[in-house]
Design a protein around this ligand. Sequence first.
Ligand code: 2PG
Ligand code: MG
Length: 420
Amino acid sequence: MIIEKVWAREVLDSRGNPTVEAEITVSGHRITAIAPSGASTGTWEAHELRDGGKRYGGKGVLKAVENVRTEISGILTGTDPADQEAADRAMTELDGTPGKSRLGANATVAVSLAVAKAGAMAEGVPLYEHIGKGKVLPVPMFNIINGGKHAGGNLKIQECMLVPAGLPSYSECLRAASEIYMSLKNLLKKKYGPSAVNIGDEGGFAPPVNTVSEALETILEAASDAGYAPGKEIFLAMDAASSEFFENGRYDVDGMSLTAGELSDHYVSLTKEFPLVSIEDPFFEDDFETTAQLTKKIGNKVQIVGDDLFVTNTERLMRGIKEGAANALLLKVNQIGTVTESAEAAGASFENGYRVIVSHRSGESEDTSISDLSVGWGTGQIKTGAPARGERTAKYNRLLRIEEELGSAAVFPGKKAFGL
Ligand code: 2PG
Ligand code: MG
């Protein structure tokens, strides 16, 4: 089978901003994929091409769309959709810049994901089977209290996540998350009033809490209210996204102004107080050194995740591995711009004993590719927001379908995903 046509259009993401949808025609079937978009983006991410000017406040993506319709279509039309590497390599070479700034990583990622789906269709298998051999239902990390750039309050830590790793299956994790989300809603209303249940970009609540301890405590209380056991069934994770509160060498967080060393101590005491299994981007995006020190200190029991630190870029990841900075990679396909380069970063992580978490962006869509990537690549972990709002539940619901389809062949790592 060959790619008959490559097309693209401008559609909206979950924040209401324009984004690129790619459309690939194979055997008369039109297959689409949509580029996600971050808010707390890392400096070293591949380039998201925006039009500027007045239209959509400068956020239009017509140039990226045009690049798909002309240049990218020119090199991919007539090729085999099952050859992901060839398609991704061709786009990367055609772009010719290190950060895909000419064509736009939003153009290449949409096309790359659409090629993956088209390849799966051509081979008559589900996407997860087309891209890898894994049959691993991931442990989900649910971002149920939103802070930082994803919400409008005082909480500087960006994401407070519920990790129901102690439950026996993926679907039981999802059920627990939904039940705890509802009990958290009641609890927040009681504690802070009705406006406390307004939500942030990823579907989690954005209550008027000032510190991460307050947020984590409330989540555990909600879990107990819903009948789940903290530390046994329910664990916690956080994404500090600390570049967002780093200025002039200090971190402005939890009502304090901290040096890197003091922030490190703060994390250590949080891990003593709460059943935390994962901390993402604890220090600003170029601080490999303090990240390595924290990893050395608590990395044997807490996963230290590089998101803005690694930006799904194998070169930056290899530097981290060499220096012992973090012990897990947050994998976002649009940070690097193609499925093949993301698979490379995942492979390098596994080879070096680093864990991998497939991740959504704060700006998302109905596209569910990342659910399949996490299963096929066997990453064992996924984070894709709260168990609410369509662009988030699309991913969680896709995983329910995969779980059903795989039946007894499905592997669910549970606590083992975190070395517990
Ligand atoms: C993150 C992400 C996703 P954004 O920092 O991990 O949760 O946020 O997409 O805004 O970069
Ligand atoms: Mg992050």
